[in-house]
Design a binder for this molecule. Structure first.
Ligand code: URA
Length: 215
């Protein structure tokens, strides 16, 4: 069987600045303002990577000097789909890079009885079939939420979807690639494993609490 972590669909963004910023974010002593600043910066760099393959068309532009045929995005701007609540932390940096991007929101919780993901909020643009949908959630842990989010978007007509996180567990990558082998995953790191409480090891702790200061 192919190692899912080594799959060509998994891109570990190994840019030195991404790796440096992630290490600072992992440090338990990194305070909230610094954590937020690093998250904003690293999100921008991840957005740069995930949009690397966007199609271009040629348009004719009159510069102050001459008319020229020049590249412009061929399709509507991408749509970031944030998985509530921690996904929201990735939006500021990504929107710094693509201010015209749309933002969709998806809220899911785990039913304690069935352990199934249950949707409590969903709002995305009507033209998902036309756009690159970039699903964002900082931690890919078990992968259950990510799989449910991708199921939902595909049901809604999204055809071109990528998943972006900061830190992934091998378990999450395996679950996601098994359920959605067509979806590229972009992550700054693939960590060792999940612990018995479902935290990624070494990870960075509870991403939502660290982003929103709710610990
Ligand atoms: N969610 C988090 O916020 N952190 C983890 O380590 C795993 C899931």
């Amino acid at each position: 069987m192919q190692d899912p972590v080594a799959s060509p669909k998994v891109t570990t963004v190994d840019h030195p600045l991404v790796q440096h910023k992630l290490t600072l974010m992992r440090d338990r002593d990194t305070a909230l303002p610094e954590f937020r600043r690093l998250l904003r910066e690293i999100s921008l760099l991840l957005a740069y990577e995930v949009t690397r393959h966007l199609e271009l068309k040629t348009v004719s532009v009159e510069t102050p000097v001459a008319r020229a045929d020049l590249p412009l995005l061929a399709r509507p701007e991408p749509c970031f789909i944030t998985i509530l609540r921690a996904g929201n932390g990735l939006l500021d940096g990504m929107l710094d890079l693509i201010p015209a991007a749309s933002v969709g929101h998806l809220g899911l919780y785990r039913d304690p009885a069935t352990l199934e993901a249950v949707e409590y909020y969903y709002k995305v643009p009507g033209d998902m079939g036309e756009r690159l949908a970039i699903v964002v959630d900082p931690m890919l842990a078990t992968g259950h939420t990510a799989v449910a989010a991708l199921d939902r978007l595909k049901k809604d007509g999204a055809k071109d979807i990528s998943f972006v996180c900061l830190v992934a567990a091998p378990e999450g990558i395996e679950a996601l690639t098994e359920a959605h082998p067509d979806i590229p995953i972009y992550t700054a790191a693939v960590d060792e494993r999940l612990n018995e409480k479902g935290y990624i090891v070494p990870g960075l702790g509870d991403a939502g609490d660290r982003i929103f200061g709710t610990k």
